[in-house]
Design a protein around this ligand. Sequence first.
Ligand code: 9D3
Length: 248
Amino acid sequence: MRIDILTLFPNMFTGPFDESIIKRAIDNNIVSIVTHNLRDWGLGKHKMVDDYPFGGGAGMVMKTEPIFEAVEAIKTQEGSDSSAPVILLTPQGRVFNQNIAAELAKFDRLILICGHYEGIDERIREHLATDEISIGDYVLTGGELAAMVLVDAVVRHLPGVLGSEESAEEDSHTTGLLEYPQYTRPPAYRGWEVPQVLLSGNHAQIARWRREQSILRTFLRRPDLFEKANLSAEERKLVANKAVTRFD
Ligand code: 9D3
């Protein structure tokens, strides 16, 4: 997959993509992440990329021409795949989630546009972007961190990025439940003990305990996920019997 990112702050991307799993994916040629400085398509000798809003008001608006011309130039680089989604990161977009990440991972090219300043000329939204994505209901200073979040979540889905153990583990997220508590050595630290069942070696019992913990934890912390979770009648009863004791 190739991911092109248009931004006024390309340096913001160097740190996060130069570590750990994303770095390995890049080194293994599973993904190539190309940042482009929008300033390179800026207008005039000042390389202008933003301007005052028509109708007045506070803040600056990102200009249309640099972004259109940047996307058109980028599209012609390396096989002009015109089916590549052009994704605008914006607080007004649809809210990103694991399903969207999996869907985006199926494309062999993505083009991301990071907004900055108070906004972006509406014609970019209307005539250039094919998708608009927000990463949640809080205000960032720009689309860059949102683009990094999106890239990280998408790249994890590409074949060969995760080990077989990790990708199997991903299924636990697809069950729609939160993860069970994990422990490692030592078995006791400052008197805080690891649950006995995990030291028992009884794998059937361990599996049952973990499933139960996942269910109870999801019920208590994420009622929205619990409602949608794929649970047996027995498992739902378990919660009715056990979880209530927490509210006593
Ligand atoms: C004055 C109204 N503001 C909207 C809440 C304007 C505004 C604030 C911050 C417009 C853009 C931004 C910068 N944020 C993003 O570009 C952004 C974002 C976000 O702020 N939250 C969650 N997801 C995203 S994706 C891009």
